[in-house]
Each structure stands twice: as structure tokens, then as C-alpha cells.
Write a new protein. Structure first.
Length: 250
């Protein structure tokens, strides 16, 4: 067996309570992990912001502009993916700083490391048996590896491979949607996103007070139409792509 997959958790320097909670979670799970400095969007120079976020892509592909916290969140994940590519590692576990680690996580990470099939990302949290699944196979004791019919949105915890990082960095700089939404459009960059059931991380109490910020939920007819058009594009694109992709586990 090879070396364990390295683990990082994304954390703003000012969120010391979340950092301490994550360090305690990792210690309790007997896992080694390091803090990854989150990007505070408002502290980036305008030139760098323009390289990362496209208002034009946002207008074409999403129903409302992103707030600074959403942009900073995406930029943080992009930086984590880049760190993977700059390393000699084959994969990276990326956690946000508002999660709890379940008992089976270490065993699941070991099993993912040994997978002998193509994958770009394995989500560690979902809605479990409410998810829409195309196919499944055993991963380790009590845990199933699944191929989604419809990829869930959470980015609270996942494992990303080098191929996944390469695809995402090549296709998502600049970005125009929130990161959790962009990952659901997996066919745009031929991303193979798998998951585990049951989830092996869960959201902590701190997740109820998001560090991303809030946005207006406009109710104009134009806003309602744009949201409907976005949902239709997601549903139709997902359906068409699923028809074209052969099942991985067959």
C-alpha cells in the first residue's frame, strides 16, 4: 500500500475557532491534515480577480451574480487543486472547515487510494439514500462507491485526483458559477464524479453560520425566468450526458 492521501482543510486566517475544531476532528480520527489558507476575495488585487471570475460567464451560465464569499470559496478550491498539481501526490483530500469526520473515513480514504478504475473526484458527503444513483459497487465494509445520475452540490469534503485537478483548472479559470454548482455540470469538462454512501463526513454546527455571506433572492420576473432557464439547462444537459456516458461499473 502507498502513502496515505494528504488532507487539507480550507480555513480563513480569522476563523480560529473553526481551525481548532478541525484540528480536533483530525486528531480524533487519527488523521494527519494541514490547514490551507482560504482566499479572502476582497483582498485580491483587481487584476487577479479578473483572471479568476468572469462576469460574462456568470451572465451566460448562472442566474445571478456571485457574492464575494462565493468567489473566495471557489478561488480557495482552485488554489488547493493547484497545490496538488505542484506536488508529487496522486490525489488530495479537500475539506471545508465546518465538518465532522465519521468513524469510517480513514478506511474509506485507504480504499479510494487503491481504486483501479478512472475517477476524478469522490465526494465524501451527500444526501445518502436520497441521491439519484446510476450504479454502485462495494468500496469497503459498510460503504458503497456510487456513480451519480445527478451529482450533488456539496463541496464540504471530497477527494480529487491529479486528472480531476487538471480538468478543473483547465476549464474553470475563469469561473462564472459557484463551485458547488459548477461541479454538477460535469459533462462540460468530462469530469468523473463518484461518491460514497453512507457519507463519511457530516456538517458541523458551525456550518449554520456560513463564512460565504448572503445574497439577494430577487423576485423580479426576469430573475425568476433566469433561474428557470438555469435549472432547465442543468437538467437537460445532465440527462443528455448520462445517455452518452457508459456506466463505469458495468
Amino acid at each position: 500500500m502507498g502513502a496515505p492521501i494528504p488532507i487539507v482543510f480550507i480555513n480563513l486566517a480569522s476563523d480560529t475557532a473553526r481551525r481548532e475544531q478541525m484540528e480536533a476532528e483530525l486528531c480524533r480520527a487519527n488523521l494527519a491534515g494541514t490547514r490551507f489558507d482560504a482566499t479572502r476575495w476582497t483582498q485580491l488585487p483587481p487584476q487577479e480577480q479578473a483572471l479568476l471570475y468572469s462576469e460574462n460567464l456568470n451572465s451566460l451560465g448562472y442566474h445571478q451574480p456571485l457574492v464575494a464569499g462565493e468567489k473566495g470559496c471557489y478561488a480557495s478550491h482552485l488554489a488547493a487543486w493547484q497545490q496538488l498539481l505542484c506536488s508529487e501526490n496522486d490525489a488530495l483530500v479537500v475539506l471545508e472547515d465546518d465538518v465532522c469526520l465519521e468513524e469510517q473515513l480513514p478506511e474509506v480514504l485507504s480504499a479510494i487510494r487503491e481504486l483501479q478504475m478512472p475517477w476524478d473526484m469522490v465526494k465524501l458527503i451527500g444526501r445518502d439514500h436520497r441521491e439519484k444513483i446510476r450504479s454502485r459497487r462495494p468500496l469497503c465494509a459498510g460503504v458503497t462507491l456510487v456513480e451519480y445520475t445527478r451529482v450533488p452540490s456539496s463541496t464540504a469534503g471530497y477527494v480529487i485526483s491529479r486528472s480531476g485537478a487538471q480538468k478543473l483548472l483547465a476549464s474553470r479559470k475563469p469561473f462564472g458559477r459557484p463551485i458547488d454548482v459548477d461541479l454538477r455540470f460535469w459533462w462540460e469538462n468530462d469530469l468523473t464524479v463518484l461518491g460514497v454512501i453512507p457519507s463519511v463526513i457530516s456538517l458541523a454546527e458551525t456550518s449554520h453560520s456560513s463564512s460565504i455571506g448572503t445574497k439577494s433572492s430577487g423576485t423580479s420576473w426576469r430573475g425568476v425566468w433566469r433561474k428557470f432557464a438555469f435549472k432547465w439547462a442543468l437538467t437537460w444537459g445532465n440527462t443528455r450526458a448520462n445517455r452518452q456516458r457508459a456506466r463505469l461499473f458495468e
